[in-house]
Design a protein. Sequence first.
Length: 327
Amino acid sequence: TLHQLKHEEKLIMYRQTCTNLLSLSQEEVSAWLGTFDSVISDCDGVLWVYGEPIAGSVDVMNNLKTIGKHIYFCTNNSTKTRAELLQKGVDLGFHITENGIISTAHATAAYLKARHFNKRVYVIGSEGITRELDAVGIAHTGTGPDQMHGSLGEFMAKHLVLEKDIGAVVVGFDDQFSFPKMTKAASYLNDPNCLFIATNTDERFPMPTLIVPGSGSFVKAIQTCAERDPIVIGKPNPEICASLIQQKLIDPSRTLMIGDRANTDVLLGYNCGFQTLLVGTGIHQLKDVNDWKHSKNPEDKKLIPDVYLPKLGDLLPFIVYNATGGS
């Protein structure tokens, strides 16, 4: 149909161009708003930062819902359960339901459950993971510190105890990461039948004066030691959105992925066939996109978003205009 052709033309027009929506007219942004029915948004760096909502983000997401868009929050943060993430979103004022939360801790537990996993999980991570495993009846080793005692020789001789029934090593964010944990993980993974699962591979979290290691830093260390690659559950692995697509809850071509990190959020969009919006309130900026545009590496081209906004809140006037029919 003519309508469908126009829709496809619009998608092609912006595809991987990093078009700044603020450079478009009200009518052009309104037309763009009509090209998607579902919105999947990253959380940290897009909706909130350090637990505080980013200006305008609550109003934008709630207004998108008001004009009929299906809203999902998708996070690589494995430290919280879906229920905890829901509570956080609601407390900040977002109109969201538990079914609208896509989290790596929940998805990891669901992945193991679907495989009828019946051994124990060695967890390097936080209680977000263990509580989701508990919820589906999967046994695990728990979380918390595992400190180095004495010299290496003393540790190996007196303190290193490997358990017999470990069938998977799950690695997420762990602020108690240690030499003993790494030793145990790699030792368990020496058995080729032991699953190696990473909740996500985000490398780091920049803060005003610090760089905080992300889960990917721990995953990479264990990967190097174990000489094995993990199954990655989180973004950019399309597995994290597979059930939404399979259940026909979303149509990939009419789904918008919003993120601040190109190698997880935008790349997930690319991998799933979603439209993509990069916001400048987190990890990647326009200077990064410019580098990828000039790169000779075809993998870098996948990181270029369709459209861009300095912050998600900048979309609000366009949605309000759209909702009022341009009046």
